[in-house]
Design a protein around this ligand. Structure first.
Ligand SMILES: Cc1cc2nc3c(=O)[nH]c(=O)nc-3n(C[C@H](O)[C@H](O)[C@H](O)COP(=O)(O)OP(=O)(O)OC[C@H]3O[C@@H](n4cnc5c(N)ncnc54)[C@H](O)[C@@H]3O)c2cc1C
Ligand code: FES
Length: 545
């Protein structure tokens, strides 16, 4: 590594972490602003068998959006969530509500054609309107605000990107304009695209509002309740309680009920966020995105995304995100997970006048091969099982679309979005390049960075670090905590047996194959895996928890 890069990667002071050993509060050890500024949201644990119209697995924005629409349509609904409400990626988001998608409209037009691309744009516009409407109807105080958004060029990109995108956006029916200056950037050099009428909110306050509305309308929500067995008849919890249902909706971000299909067509990425204080009223209240580094060795150029959030009387929080990489594959770029914050800070300081950084966290996004979420009937399954996945970095609106679409599928309404988001679509002809590149690159990086454990390496693991070691010929993940205690897990991912990798930033074991993640005690915190790793503390035997 060259000296300059090494200097840039000096890790900034770690700010706030959370005591989250079993993953029920959130899916990482770094605290997020959203979770810190609200009370944990949990209800009762399911302790008996139930029969219902619809069982929904997952209490993030997708699960609760589907539940809300169904209870309003008069259905009996049961939601089971294995942590607190919002303990998955919804509590770790940045909550831009946009029809200015993370992927380019000219690419969507190439893959889906002009008419369907129009439908993509209008579905996201409708999702933002829908959220605004629910907030008004249910009286949810979640700091929802309409703001404009600005897409500007990454230095590696060409102005023709903006010209192409402007044309495609206008063809898709969006009133996008080209503008000379990016408001608020201290090195503002346009040109950029202005997307009017986007929005933002506090995601956990919104979720709390949805949760209360669901309960009020007769829905049942159970937290700290893990769905262990899932099929078309319902679910069985880890404690053995059954929920029988006419319809089963899997809203676990990465579906935990389908071993293969969506996971071969979408790719898990880690993405990083810092929260920096900025003096109030020094920046315009807008959203900012760059077009991403086109020179990066990635099919999806890593881009930056920025917004403001009111903090206190004197300061706002500038929430800046980016520096993505394939889950479990940070090593392939020789920049660890924890080092990504320094790069993000450098980029943010180059564009904005920020003061101190008071938050840093990371989360997971799922990038589908053709950029659109998979929402609808679970491929190769019974017709009454539904999934929502493949957020593509626009999971707030995709989840809201899922709320409307899955409700329509269940109650038997026509919905013009059904084909567009159908999880059975497979765009090999138009999105095949992404598919092959992601699969090939993932495989090469996995092989290149796969640990080659040696026997008895435990002594060499420093405090607060994890490593794969070999015992009796088998690989184990070993984490030595700050009190010098060892935590040992089996190193084969419970999805399809790839070898997990240590993520020192979020203190988790991450699987490079399809993005499953586990706490250092082996509890699963991201699918597609749905079973914990066997866990062993010091001299105790391995236990399945
Ligand atoms: C850093 C970051 C920034 C982002 N920024 C934006 C943005 O600006 N705009 C935008 O639109 N999107 C954004 N996204 C994406 C968006 O946040 C996510 O797509 C969205 O929150 C996912 O919601 P979800 O309900 O599908 O998943 P989650 O919120 O992860 O919910 C799934 C839930 O399922 C539960 N679960 C899993 N397995 C089981 C089981 N077996 N039994 C019971 N429960 C289970 C989990 O505990 C979890 O709570 C961002 C994501 C990240 C990480
Ligand atoms: S996520 Fe598929 S093998 Fe681990």
């Amino acid at each position: 590594m060259d000296e300059q890069l090494e200097e840039e990667l000096a890790i900034p002071q770690k700010i706030k972490t959370t005591d989250n050993v079993n993953g029920s509060a959130t899916s990482g050890s770094n605290a997020t602003y959203w979770l810190e500024s609200t009370q944990p949201l949990s209800s009762q644990i399911l302790n008996k068998g139930l029969k219902t119209d619809v069982v929904i697995v997952g209490g993030g924005i997708a699960g609760l959006s589907v539940a809300y629409n169904l209870v309003k349509a008069g259905k009996k609904v049961v939601v089971v969530e294995d942590g607190n409400i919002g303990s998955g990626e919804t509590g770790r988001t940045t909550a831009h509500l946009v029809n200015a998608l993370d992927d380019r409209y000219y690419d969507l037009e190439r893959m889906f054609g002009k008419d369907k691309t129009k439908l993509v744009a209008s579905s996201h516009t409708e999702a933002i309107n829908f959220i605004e409407n629910i907030i008004a109807i249910e009286n949810i105080e979640c700091e929802f605000k309409r703001v404009d958004g600005y897409l500007f060029l990454h230095p590696s990109d060409e102005p023709s990107t903006l010209d192409k995108e402007l044309k495609a956006c206008n063809e898709a029916g969006l009133q996008v304009e080209i503008s000379d200056e990016v408001p608020g950037l201290n090195d503002s050099t346009g040109p950029c695209l202005k997307f009017p009428d986007q929005a933002k909110f506090h995601p956990m306050k919104y979720l709390e509002g949805l949760y209360k509305a669901i309960i009020e309308k007769g829905g049942l929500v159970f937290t700290n309740t893990h769905a262990e067995i899932i099929d078309h008849t319902g679910i069985v919890t880890r404690d053995g309680h059954e929920v029988k249902a006419d319809h089963v909706v899997i809203a676990t971000n990465s579906p935990v009920n389908n071993k293969y299909i969506p996971h071969l067509q979408q790719y898990a990425y880690r993405t990083y966020v810092i929260g920096a204080r900025v003096k109030k009223d020094t920046l315009p209240d807008v959203l900012w995105w760059d077009t991403g580094d086109v020179n990066a060795n990635a099919e999806i150029p890593p881009y930056h995304y920025v917004r403001l959030q009111p903090l206190d009387d004197q300061y706002d929080l500038l929430i800046s995100g980016g520096e993505d990489h394939g889950t479990g594959l940070a090593d392939a770029e020789h920049i660890t997970e924890g080092e990504r914050y320094a790069l993000l800070e450098k980029w943010t300081r180059a564009h904005f006048e920020i003061e101190d950084i008071i938050y840093q966290w990371s989360g997971q996004v799922l990038e589908p091969m053709d950029s659109l979420a998979y929402i609808g009937r679970n491929p190769t399954d019974h017709k009454n099982v539904y999934i929502v996945t493949g957020d593509s970095g626009n999971g707030m609106t995709h989840a809201t679309i899922a709320g409307i679409l899955i409700k329509d599928l269940i109650v038997g309404n026509e919905n013009e979005w059904a084909d567009l988001y159908d999880p059975s679509r497979f765009k090999l002809f138009t999105a095949g390049k992404t598919f092959f590149k992601e699969v090939a690159q993932g495989l090469i990086s996995y092989i290149k960075t796969k640990p080659h454990p040696e026997d008895n390496e435990m002594e060499s693991i420093p405090a607060d670090e994890g490593k794969i070691v070999k015992m009796d010929g088998k690989p184990y993940g070993v984490y030595r905590d700050e009190a010098n205690q060892l935590h040992i897990v089996e190193a084969e991912c419970t999805h399809m047996k790839c070898i997990i990798k240590w993520n020192g930033d979020e203190k988790s074991w991450d699987c490079p194959c399809h993005g499953s993640r586990f706490t250092y005690e082996g509890q699963v915190i991201n699918g597609p895996a749905n079973r914990n790793l066997l866990y062993h503390k010091e001299d105790k035997v391995l236990v399945n928890r």
